[in-house]
Design a protein around this ligand. Structure first.
Ligand code: DQA
Length: 149
């Protein structure tokens, strides 16, 4: 049996984690987040490919890549959640399970953050739990993939 591969994609400004609005996003860095995901995945017996981009088109290209290469997708589209119909369309074209993650509780914040185009395409959404949201998303995807076998 081959090890399932999960893509973990992070959108714009998440490279600044740790220094960017720490009162909202915490003090952990993107490196810390990537380590958490890698360690969680190892414990679950799944593989992860973790990437971050500030460019909408690059994220879309990676979602297309996931169609061919990934068994599941975790995505924090950051600001593009609230603006990108193109990213939503790319995710709608996937036939693998998709979980959208936000570090902060977007529903507790400004009204323009309450709507996410990506949520219309995702199978599940986790928000407001900080880094733990990624860990929970990996556990959920691992469960879903096991059930599908
Ligand atoms: C975010 C929430 C978005 O509204 C914001 O634009 C981000 C991060 C989060 O993880 O809480 O950049 O996706």
């Amino acid at each position: 049996m081959t090890t399932p591969l999960i893509f973990v994609l992070n959108g714009p400004n998440l490279n600044l984690l740790g220094t960017r609005e720490p009162e909202v996003y915490g003090t952990g860095t993107l490196d810390d987040l990537e380590t958490l995901c890698a360690e969680t995945a190892e414990g679950l017996g799944i593989a992860v490919d973790i990437r971050q981009s500030n460019i909408e088109g690059e994220l879309i290209t990676w979602v297309h890549e996931a169609r061919a290469h990934a068994a599941g997708l975790i995505i924090n589209p950051a600001g593009y959640s609230h603006t990108s119909i193109a990213l939503m369309d790319a995710i709608l074209a996937l036939d693998i399970p998709v979980i959208e993650v936000h570090l902060s509780n977007i529903h507790k914040r400004e009204s323009f953050r309450h709507q996410s185009y990506v949520s219309r395409a995702a199978d599940g959404v986790i928000c407001g739990l900080g880094f733990a949201g990624y860990r929970l998303a990996l556990i959920a995807l691992s469960d879903i993939l096991e059930e599908d076998q």
